[in-house]
Design a protein around this ligand. Structure first.
Ligand SMILES: Nc1ncnc2c1ncn2[C@@H]1O[C@H](COP(=O)(O)OP(=O)(O)OP(=O)(O)O)[C@@H](O)[C@H]1O
Length: 240
């Protein structure tokens, strides 16, 4: 579903690589967690996957499509919710959702169904007729999530999705992520919330100073670390 092969990124004329020759794969039906300390390279990696940044080297394929050679078709395969969604403040929430449905050419009945379903789940049905500028941070995040789910993407990419969400929304999002993968699609997300990653991810990659230092299921990570500890404890040991 998502494949990174020897991907690197250096910003400007910095000496150090923000992302250094990383490779991993996210399979269909998988929730894949991407964890690492501040400045490790998570957002840089995500921005290269979604074609907001061009890598200096390596190859990224999404659902078999090279995201440097065929950007438009690669972009049709995924949805992306950044850590701080920047939405059009002057338009109404519902106008944003219709715009997203238009961009991804979602048929009328499906868009109606999905918009209603997710507005209900995230409890922002009453707010969507107001300008986005009047939304709280959490409400904007919920709207961005609904907008990203409208075309039922093959790959759902989220950067720090739990930050700013209330406990109910966070619970619902985790359920949506699982359902999404149970239907054969995939989720790739970065997080600092390690107990959530441990609980919901099928596989996890740990990045440190731009390099992948561990990747696998929790059982595989525990085995390699020679420890039965929590992801948090193993993470702290590996990233010391
Ligand atoms: N626009 C930029 N220009 C120059 N350097 C950058 C830029 N964005 C990120 N970096 C550098 O690249 C490295 C990786 O940053 P990145 O934001 O990818 O890390 P992260 O793992 O997402 O961190 P965090 O958990 O703090 O969000 C850091 O050293 C950072 O200073």
């Amino acid at each position: 579903m998502l494949k990174l092969e020897q991907v690197s990124k250096t910003y400007g004329n910095k000496n150090e690589k923000a992302v250094d020759n990383i490779s991993f794969e996210v399979h269909p039906g998988e929730i894949f967690g991407f964890v690492g300390p501040n400045g490790a390279g998570k957002t840089t990696t995500i921005k290269m996957i979604v074609s907001l940044l061009a890598p200096n080297g390596g190859k990224i394929t999404i659902n078999g499509i090279d995201n440097q050679k065929d950007i438009l078709n690669a972009k049709k395969q995924f949805s992306y919710v950044p850590d701080t969604p920047e939405l059009f403040e002057k338009i109404k929430g519902i106008e944003y959702l219709k715009f997203m449905a238009d961009v991804f050419q979602v048929a009328a009945t499906e868009r109606q169904e999905r918009i209603e379903k997710y507005l209900d789940i995230f409890e922002i049905k009453d707010a969507v007729n107001d300008p986005i500028g009047s939304f709280s941070h959490g409400m904007k995040q919920k709207l961005a999530l609904v907008g990203a789910l409208i075309h039922n993407p093959q790959l759902f990419i989220l950067d720090e999705p739990m930050v700013g969400l209330d406990p109910k929304a966070s619970f619902e999002l985790k359920k949506i992520m699982r359902d999404h993968c149970d239907s054969g699609r995939s989720v790739f997300f970065s997080t600092h919330v390690l107990d959530v990653a441990e609980k919901i991810c099928d596989r996890i990659a740990i990045i440190k100073k731009g390099k992948i230092i561990e990747v696998g299921t929790m059982a595989e990570i525990r085995e390699k670390a020679g420890s039965q500890e929590s992801l948090e404890n193993i993470f702290l040991e590996l990233t010391e």
